[in-house]
Design a protein around this ligand. Structure first.
Ligand SMILES: *[C@@H]1O[C@H](CO)[C@@H](O)[C@H](O)[C@H]1NC(C)=O
Ligand SMILES: [Cu+2]
Length: 190
């Protein structure tokens, strides 16, 4: 007998909510308690075609949306900066850093890195790989850049070209609550 009574639906809802914090059991994953997840996921591919890029490199997201980074062959990561200091971790220590846990020699790494967008303010990210200076060469990701301001992704690339990438001191989700989880779609054709 299949019966979708209220209890079944509630139990399913609880189970899906409970599944989210399970992946966050590393230090520093701070999310404001009132960020409601929208269920929308923006997939970004790091290193498509062997290039030093995130594809797309510009994401427009609503508060509660998830950004999910898929890592292709090479040794990329992702870290958070601010606009004025590309390739450099946030000075107040709250920026996320995925760590160098996603190196892979072929295909996709079996894990992805996810973080939650908590508001509409612009967010700036870079690949902190120092060998080959990925950030300096333009491996940058903008979330919710303000197209009406001077702080554009192309301007960010100009600034990044003048500095060396800095590896953040701690692997953490920061205020965006990032975490590593199994790739939900490992056979997708990135
Ligand atoms: C990935 O890069 C980091 C930083 O350069 C390095 O410490 C680590 O050993 C590299 N991992 C692999 C598997 O090459
Ligand atoms: Cu990289």
């Amino acid at each position: 007998m299949v019966s979708f009574n209220v209890f079944t639906i509630l139990a399913a809802a609880v189970a899906s909510v409970a599944a989210i914090p399970a992946g966050t059991a590393t230090i520093g994953n701070r999310l404001p308690s009132r960020t409601f997840l929208t269920g929308v996921t923006h997939s970004v591919v790091a290193g498509r075609g062997g290039a030093l890029v995130y594809d797309p490199d510009n994401v427009v997201a609503q508060p509660g949306d998830t950004v999910e980074i898929h890592f292709l062959a090479a040794n990329h990561s992702i870290a958070q900066s601010d606009f004025a200091h590309p390739c450099t971790p946030l000075a107040d220590g709250t920026g996320l850093f995925a760590g160098f846990n996603f190196a892979t020699s072929e295909g996709q790494n079996p894990n992805v890195y996810q973080f939650t967008v908590i508001d509409n303010s612009p967010l700036w990210f870079y690949c902190p790989q120092p060998k080959g200076a990925h950030c300096t060469k333009g491996m940058l990701l903008a979330v919710n850049q303000n197209f009406d301001s001077q702080n554009t992704l192309s301007k960010q690339r100009e600034l990044a070209a003048k500095v060396e990438p800095v590896v953040p001191p701690v692997v953490q989700g920061g205020r965006l609550g990032g975490f590593q989880r199994a790739n939900p779609n490992p056979l997708s054709g990135f």
